[in-house]
Design a protein around this ligand. Structure first.
Ligand SMILES: Cc1cc2nc3c(=O)[nH]c(=O)nc-3n(C[C@H](O)[C@H](O)[C@H](O)COP(=O)(O)OP(=O)(O)OC[C@H]3O[C@@H](n4cnc5c(N)ncnc54)[C@H](O)[C@@H]3O)c2cc1C
Length: 460
């Protein structure tokens, strides 16, 4: 708990920004993970100067600060800890510049991702990173987690678009790194280091993002398969044929069922897996590629629907983006993992994960970015009944070991947060942990920035 004296100081330092009412504290204690936190105050800033004042005070008083965007983090990264101040950055939400000639956007961190996507498209440009949460998450949160998403197979992840950052460091110092140059190798790449730092090093107050030309056409196919591996075999065949979709999303049968319900579409009863494929480019090349896709997949799929336009397009993507929340409604205590494996191992690992689920009596729902071999593996946990939590724990640990044994990663895009923190030492090894602690110490010697996330305190 923050003392009354400290709260009084904070209020006089940042009048009109500080809330301590129960409803605001409760809302700020959550993110999209299944871990709940607590904080002593929420500071909703309206300018960079507010952030500077807050971080100067916080370092002097050794108060923990938890930066927050839209709190869609799936790892507990935006979850505050008792006695901390939740720093709400959603008020810094201006697009400061969108320059079609330089092909960059300069934004404040609270801009919603989809807002920038629409603004770029209006100028004939594309901001490619597209997390499934794009309608709600912020660009600050995307940079802090290095968000991936639906178009990463062709366009890469957030880090590939961050050209520059302006940040406030603990103590209120300003750090600027990178800028509008598309190429720049002056010194250590602090922009890349800060991208994915999960609020543990600095608060971003301004972000320079690269844009690319907006492809004039796109085409989308939704294909259903009668076997569980069908979607993966098809994804391999598409890439092997030299086609390069901007989205290549797989859904197992339970995920396809939820997506279809969200989209208001029928699912063929024989469906065991689905693949959502989207291509973009010039109109003629998209038409040709769609034809090649139909020929390629027509031999193996039950059904291949063109959902390129109109209501079907919007509905299919709404269904796909809604799977995570629909799964939560189905199994409120579900546990989700964000695994990545070398591409060639994807079908095998999914098969082995499903076997593991069956062995522990836990149904699985697996979907995600098949093109990047980064899938969201949902354990549909039912907490009632003898030993249910123990079974879940054993199953999750089994899944981690399985993924690691195939040379995979425990997080492809959601980040470490609290969820994976304790696994880092054995995965990264002593030398990398030593360097990571040294970096944390150099940026944040007082350990006020989102302490305990990514790195356990006193773990060095
Ligand atoms: C339905 C759903 C679908 C999702 N789909 C995807 C997906 O496809 N791909 C993907 O990668 N993720 C996905 N996510 C996870 C989540 O949306 C991303 O991690 C997103 O980048 C978080 O953005 P946010 O604004 O909600 O950040 P928050 O959750 O508020 O914060 C996330 C982290 O960023 C830090 N942070 C926030 N703002 C700043 C700032 N200005 N300066 C410094 N640190 C900051 C926080 O401290 C925290 O560590 C999904 C989540 C949900 C609920």
């Amino acid at each position: 708990m923050l003392s009354d004296a400290l709260l009084l100081e904070l209020r006089s330092l940042l009048p009109h920004c500080v809330s301590t009412d129960a409803a605001t504290l409760l809302a700020a204690s959550l993110d999209a993970s299944d871990v709940q936190g607590a904080c002593s105050a929420v500071v909703r800033v309206a300018s960079e100067e507010d952030v500077v004042r807050l971080l100067r005070w916080a370092e002097e008083r050794r108060v923990a600060i938890v930066p927050r965007g839209a709190a869609t983090s799936a790892t507990g990264a935006a979850r505050p800890m008792p006695g901390s101040v939740a720093l709400d950055l959603r008020g810094l939400n201006r697009i400061l510049d969108l320059d079609a000639r330089d092909m960059v956007a300069v934004v404040e961190p609270g801009v919603i991702t989809a807002t920038l996507q629409r603004a770029a498209e209006a100028e004939g440009l594309l901001y490619p990173p597209d997390p499934a949460s794009a309608a709600e998450c912020t660009l600050g949160g995307n940079v802090a987690t290095c968000a991936g998403g639906l178009r990463a197979v062709k366009y890469g992840v957030t880090r590939d678009y961050v050209l520059g950052l302006r940040c406030v460091l603990p103590g209120g110092r300003i750090l600027e790194c990178g800028g509008r140059n598309l190429k720049d190798v002056t010194g250590y790449d602090l922009t890349r280091l800060l991208t994915g730092s999960e609020g543990t090093l600095a608060v971003f107050t301004r972000i320079v993002l690269k844009l690319v030309p907006l492809p004039p056409a796109h085409g989308t196919l939704l294909c259903s398969f009668a076997d569980e591996d069908g979607a993966f075999t098809a994804a391999d065949a598409i890439l092997a044929a030299g086609l390069w979709p901007r989205a290549l999303e797989s859904m197992d049968e339970p995920a396809a069922r939820l997506a279809a319900a969200g989209a208001g579409l029928e699912l063929l009863p024989e469906t065991r897996s689905q693949l959502l494929v989207e291509l973009d480019g010039e109109a003629t090349s998209v038409r040709e590629a769609m034809e090649r896709l139909r020929l390629l997949l027509g031999k193996t799929c039950l059904d291949c629907r063109d959902v390129s336009s109109g209501e079907a397009f919007a509905a299919v993507w709404q269904g796909r983006r809604g799977i995570s929340r629909a799964a939560r409604a189905l199994a409120p205590a579900k546990h989700s993992e964000d695994i990545g494996v070398p591409r060639g191992k994807l079908a095998l690992v999914v098969r082995q994960l499903k076997e593991l689920g069956r062995a522990h009596g836990i149904p699985m729902l697996i979907y995600g970015h098949a093109g990047d071999a980064n899938l969201h593996c949902n354990f549909l946990h039912d907490p009632g009944g003898e030993g249910a939590d123990r079974r879940l724990d054993a199953c999750v640990r089994g899944a981690w070991e399985l993924v690691l044994s195939h040379g995979g990663t425990l997080t492809g895009e959601h980040g470490v947060g609290l969820r994976k923190r304790d696994e880092l030492p054995r995965i990264l090894g002593a030398e990398r942990m030593r360097l990571m602690h040294a970096i944390k110490q150099a940026f944040d010697p007082g350990n006020i920035m989102n302490p305990g996330k990514v790195l356990r305190e006193n773990q060095a």
